[in-house]
Structures are given as C-alpha cells and as structure tokens.
Design a protein around this ligand. Structure first.
Ligand SMILES: [Zn+2]
Ligand SMILES: [Zn+2]
Length: 758
C-alpha cells in the first residue's frame, strides 16, 4: 500500500441505524473495501473510524448510504479527518452509553424472507418457531423499555441466550449479530393455549388454536402490539358472535390473509397497493372487496371496501399457513377501550369475548394497534399511523428550535414530541374519553420523552377547553403554552407532511373543531402558513340540535338543514316520517339555540345527507354516516350538483344548496346511489371554485387538503383532479393521517413557527 495516500476518517451515521444490522453491514463493507478501523453504537447513532487509501475511503462512505440495510433510514452521514493509527483489522466495539440520546428506535417489522425460509425448513433449528427474528425483522418499538437499544432494555431481557443464539449474536458475519430480540426454541418465549378460564389446553398450542378457529370459535391472539380477537372470516355465525360479544361494535373488522394470492381472492389489489400490502410495515390496507370474496357479511357491513393485511409475525404466518383460510383480526378490547396488551388485563377483560387464548410469555411494553391506510394515486393515504410506522420520525425541512410537546386532539388522539428536524408522532392512543386511554396518553408522553431524550420547553394544545389533551397541557406548570386552532393544525400537518412552509390555501373539512371565535368549525377555507392563518371562507353555520346527541343521531342534522331550507313548508320525505314524533321538538331546539351550538362542519353535512338517503339515522362511531354515504355512491355516475356562487364568503351557501338538490332528486325518485355520487361531486366542484375565487384575491396556487373528510377518496379524487385541471398544485397527506390523528404534528410545527416568527 502506498503509505502517502493513507488517510483515516471519523464517520458519524445518524437516523434509524440501531437494531437494523448496521454494524455487521459496516463490518462487511470495511472488509470488502479492505479498510481498517472500528464501528460502534452510541446514543447518537453509529460511529465509525476507517483507515486506508483515499479512493477506497470515499467509496466506503458512499456505500454507507447507498447500500444500507433494508430497515435502516440513514438521515445524515458526516465525516471528519483524523490522524491515521496504522492499526490493522476492523472490529466492532462496545456500545457507548451516556447523556444526549438521539439514536432512533426502529418500528416493529414484518418477518423477513430469510426468517420465513428458516421457519419452513424442517432442518433448521427454528423450524416452526413462532418468535423467530433477526436484525432485519421482528419486534422493536413494542418491546423497548429504555435506551440505548440493547437486549437489557427490552422485554427480551427475561430470556437469557442459549449458547447457539449467543454465538450468532456475537458473530459479526451473522445476520443475527446484535439482533437484540434474537431467540430460539431452546431459550426464547413459548406459545401457550389456554381456555377462557385460564386452564392450559394439552397438545401443541398452534394445532389447538387452528382447531378452535375452524370450529368457529373466538380466539384471543397475542400479537406484536396487543391482543387481537380472531375468528374465521367466512363464518357468519362466528363473526356475528364476535360482534355481539364486543358490544355496540359496528366498525368494520380487518381480515388477515395468508399471502398475496389469498388477499387477491378477497379484494382487488391494484399494482400500487402491492408494495403497501407486502412491505415491511404491513398495515391494514382498505381495498375494494371482490363480489365473490369468501367473507361473511357482518365482517364489514354496508362497506364495499375490506381492510386486508398479511401476516407480520412468524406466529401469524404459521397460524394462517395451517388454517388455509382468512381470519378476522380485530383489536382485543371492549367497544372503545384501547387494545389490551397486558396478560392479566387480557384474561380479565377478554375472557367474556374469547373462547380461549393463544398467548406467550414475551411481554409487550407499549401497545400498538394495527396501522390502516388507503392507497390514493399510487401513494399511501394513512388513516391510522401506528404499528410498523411508529416511532420512526416524520422529518421536516426546518428546525424545531426548542423541544416541543404537542398534545393532539380528543378523538383518534396521538401526541407528538419534536426537536431538531424530527417530529416523533405517537402510536394511536384512541379517543381520550376514559381512564385507560388517558393513562396511555400520559404514560406514552413520558416513555417517548425518555426514549428520544426530549424535555419539552413548549407545549402546544387545541383551543377546545373541554378536550382532555388541552386540560393535560394546561396542568403542566412552568412551561410555555401555545394554543393552536384545530383547522390551522390540520393544514399545518398537511404542510409538514409535504415538507412545505406555505403560505397556501387550506381546505380543512372535518367533524368538529373549536374555532377561534368559540363556535364549532369544520368546513373551512383558510389562507395559512405554519405561523398563522386567516379564515377566508366557510360553510354557513347550522344548529347542532341537542349538541352531542346530534353527532350520534345524523337525522337531527337532516332536521337542522331542512329547517334552514324550508322552514315550516317541509317536503314529504322518508326521514321526516321515520322521526315524525320527535321532529317538532328537535326543530324547536334548533331554532331556540338552546343546547344547539352552530357549526360550519362538512362532516355534519355528510350526516344530514346520509340520513336523508336513509343510510344512517344513528351512528356508533365518528364518521360512520359519512363512510356510508361514500360507500353508497354509484361509481357510474359522474355528474355533480351545481352550486351557484352567492355572496362574498366562499363556500357559504354550499351546504344548503347541496341539500336542496338532494331533496329535489329524492322527490323525483332518483336512485340514492346516484344522489350520493352527485352530492360528492357537487361538493368537490364547489371546493375547486372556492379555491379559484381565493386565488384571484391572494395569488396563491397551492391548496392543502386536510381534515377527516379527506379520507373519503371519492371526494378527494374529484377535488384533486379539479384543482389540477384549474392550474392548482394540490397537497395531500401521505405520511400522517388527514384526520385528527395528524393534529399533533400540525400543533408542533405551528408552535415552532410562532416562536421563530418571534
Ligand atoms: Zn429476519
Ligand atoms: Zn437460543
């Protein structure tokens, strides 16, 4: 070697680089480029010192990023020349612990092809072992108790390695080198099958569970982030039993299919959906159900879509492989409580629902529900961002100068801790309405703060004084508080999702959010950037007769709209006849304003139309009536109701005009499917025209679309096409949900931008 050209570099790699096989990768790379030095983990990521000929060093550094392991997310590689030592060889050095934790923890990841091969290889010592994993796959976030990421700081600490596993763990050339959850049948967790009463069932647990499922029984299944309830998906009786035992439960169930061909028998899998369905994150993907799908009607009643996912743990793989049929896999909980993740809790709370438990002795430290996505124009449109995604940060192209905690909204709550260029959104916490979810919220904030070493100096919150997340924020003492308007937070979340600072036109359509004027908003056209906003358009407010009761009973919204349109000269409509007895009282309530706050919400407009079309008079969860309306829309209809511009405020009269058209068509005997479609398209066209009017006065040509209503892809597609055809650049969500689960990200970036703006 030419001594003159030898150099030594100190290299730092930041991002998701721990627990993903990064050090063995570096070790192999150094050997390949014939370089000397060492690699190690510390609290900031991975550090490397590397010595050799200059060109080979450059190639090595380039490969660090270019050829990084599948699960790694390299955010930054920095190098600094140091003095060569002449020391030969390349070694992996011990982890350095200490203050200033910024290393990232990987999300839980679906079983990799190598592990799947071992699982099905009769000669392999992990043949049929349901907890097989390696540095490329397996549990992460849900088992991590502390940092730095190390076996001692996971719930696998309870399982000392056997000599074989210890050898793999210590061998830099092995794919299990420092795979912290590594284990095998000799040393790892064990599967158990027990009855609802807690008695062990003799025989191989998997065989017993397969038998139970075939017989149509309900099995509680301990997964990665919690307990699921499983039944065979084709058995109406079994699915109906599960529904009945879960109480008041009307939400569609997700289905797990063994593999892609099995999924294709259930739903139409568009090419863009394939990588989402089969990728390492394995969300539930909402896809059009095939007419001949062997799935019981009560799996997803009144829904033309079906949520499908593929196995993401070896246990699921083995179970589905043996069973040879899809199963319903739904969160193990009672109605609205969070998914059960502790074993004692599972026995106490699921015993009345499940006929038995397929469980194991690896503790789940953090609960994580399955993530849910739709696929929109080739990209993911997240509905719920949790298992498989969390805690990977959402990086933004600007800095959070001070660490921020954003407390999120009330429904579908997530919180967000942010510093530097990273926003760590939490797993799905749920609706903050009971003790269990509130505790998950407060415990989660503490856990994330420790994992990512974020001590907030600013706490951002919604303006709604009754949100438990707001109350939590206001109770924190000695800290700067920033109140962020709900719909501004939606638009800011969409901006952050797209890495843009604005200003933009923002269309925020959702159920309800507290407005700056103390009324309830939800049909808003804003001019917004990260720091502030102006409300330039909105639907005219209508009363919410009975307050919360009007949210549970969409027919009340139909009454409010019909009263606003027709007064006492009501046309003869089925919705009126169905509620004849209570109608006058509800109208009187609306007119009096008593317990009838006014709202500009588009979600409530969907409710009104849904009730008019006889789809939903009552709902058991937020958004149910709107989903029914989207599902009912006839895909052959392309025409939309014409909404005339009236008055100076864009969007103002949209609700009344659309309801008027719906009523006219109903009276003319038009098919409800066509009416539902025309309503969607009429609303979409009105949005595009409102944006065009706002462009004339502001010059803004980008439009951010956010709020739960934009989970509706029928509406979203028409709005996006319309905007594009009119010369706009639409911004939609692809990293965080448009619904209230994305609010915390918006709050965090708004709080940071306000500070920067001084
Ligand atoms: Zn693996
Ligand atoms: Zn072992």
């Amino acid at each position: 070697m030419d001594q003159v050209s030898v150099a030594r570099l100190h290299v730092r790699v930041e991002g998701i680089v721990q627990g993903v096989g990064f050090r063995p990768f570096v070790h192999a790379l150094a050997a390949e480029h014939r370089l000397a030095g060492f690699v190690g983990n510390d609290t900031g990521g991975v550090f490397v010192e590397i010595e050799g000929a200059g060109p080979r060093l450059a190639a090595f550094v380039a490969d660090l990023r270019r050829r990084a392991p599948a699960l790694a997310q390299v955010e930054r590689v920095t190098t600094e020349p140091v003095v060569p030592t002449g020391q030969p060889g390349f070694v992996i050095v011990t982890s350095v612990t200490g203050a200033g934790r910024t290393a990232l923890i990987s999300p839980d990841t679906a079983t990799c092809p190598d592990c799947l091969a071992e699982l099905s290889d009769p000669a392999d010592r992990r043949h049929g072992y349901p907890f097989t994993n390696c540095t490329n796959c397996g549990p992460r976030f849900t088992i991590v108790t502390d940092v730095p990421y190390d076996r001692r700081a996971t719930t696998m600490a309870a399982f000392p390695l056997c000599p074989d596993c210890a050898a793999e763990y210590a061998d830099p050339t092995n794919r299990r080198f420092h795979a912290e959850p590594v284990c095998c049948p000799a040393c790892g967790p064990t599967l158990r099958l027990v009855t609802a009463g807690g008695d062990p069932v003799p025989g191989p647990p998997l065989d017993g569970a397969v038998r139970w499922l075939r017989d149509g029984r309900v099995v509680a299944l301990k997964g990665l982030g919690g307990y699921h309830l499983a039944v065979r998906a084709d058995d109406e009786q079994a699915v109906a039993t599960l529904r009945a035992r879960k109480h008041r439960e009307e939400k569609p169930f997700a289905v797990m299919a063994a593999d892609l061909p099995a999924a294709r028998a259930l739903v139409d899998v568009a090419p863009a959906a394939v990588p989402v369905l089969t990728g390492a994150r394995r969300p539930v993907v909402l896809l059009p159900r095939r007419p001949d799908a062997p799935v019981a009607a009560s799996v997803a009643p009144d829904n033309r879509d079906l949520g499908v996912m593929l196995p993401y743990t070896p246990l699921h793989q083995l179970l589905l492989g043996r069973l040879g049929m899809p199963i319903v896999l739904t969160s193990g909980n009672v109605s609205d409580e969070p998914i059960v993740h502790r074993d004692d809790d599972a026995r106490a709370r699921l015993a009345g629902i499940a006929d038995g438990f397929l469980t194991h002795d690896r503790r789940i430290h953090v609960r994580a529900d399955d993530s849910v996505v739709r696929v929109f124009r080739g990209r993911e449109l997240p509905v719920r961002r949790s298992r498989g995604y969390v805690p990977a940060p959402v990086t933004v192209p600007w800095r959070f100068d001070r660490p921020v905690l954003a407390c999120g909204a009330e429904l579908k709550n997530t919180f967000c801790l942010a510093k530097g260029r990273r926003a760590f959104l939490s797993h799905h916490i749920g609706d903050l309405e009971n003790y269990e979810t509130l505790r998950a919220f407060t415990d989660g904030i503490e856990h994330f703060g420790r994992l990512f070493d974020i001590r907030p100096q600013v706490v951002a919150h919604d303006l709604h004084p009754e949100y438990l997340s707001t109350k939590y924020a206001l109770r924190r003492e000695g800290i700067e508080l920033v109140g962020v308007q709900h719909h501004h937070a939606h638009i800011a979340a969409c901006l952050a999702d797209n890495g843009e600072p604005g200003p933009v036109l923002g269309v925020a359509f959702d159920g309800l959010g507290y407005g700056s004027d103390g009324t309830l908003w939800g049909g808003e056209l804003l001019v917004a950037d990260l720091a502030g906003f102006q409300r330039v358009g909105h639907l005219d407010a209508v009363p919410l007769p009975g307050g919360p009761a009007a949210i549970r009973e969409p027919w009340r919204m139909a009454a409010a709209y019909l009263d606003a349109l027709y007064g006492d000269a009501l046309p003869d409509l089925p919705v009126l006849r169905r509620h004849e007895r209570r109608w006058p009282a509800v109208v009187a309530l609306a007119r009096s304003g008593l317990n009838s706050p006014r709202t500009s919400s588009v979600g409530r407009l969907f409710d009104a139309v849904s009730a008019l079309l006889d789809l939903r008079d009552h709902v058991s969860y937020e958004g149910q009536a709107a989903i029914a309306l989207e599902q009912r829309a006839d895909r052959d209809e392309r025409g939309g109701y014409r909404v005339e511009a009236s008055g100076p405020v864009p969007l103002a009269d949209v609700g009344r005009q659309l309801v008027g058209h719906v009523v006219d068509d109903l009276l003319a005997g038009v098919d409800p499917g066509r009416i539902a479609a025309r309503f969607h398209y009429g609303l979409a066209d009105a949005v595009v025209r409102a944006a065009a009017a706002a462009r004339d006065s502001t010059g803004l040509t980008s439009v951010a679309l956010s709020g739960g209503v934009f989970q509706n892809v029928l509406l979203l597609d028409r709005v996006v096409s319309g905007l594009e055809a009119t010369g706009f650049r639409p911004l939609v969500h692809s990293r965080v949900p448009p619904n209230d689960a994305g609010i915390s990200l918006g709050q965090a970036v708004v709080a940071a931008a306000r500070h920067a703006a001084g």
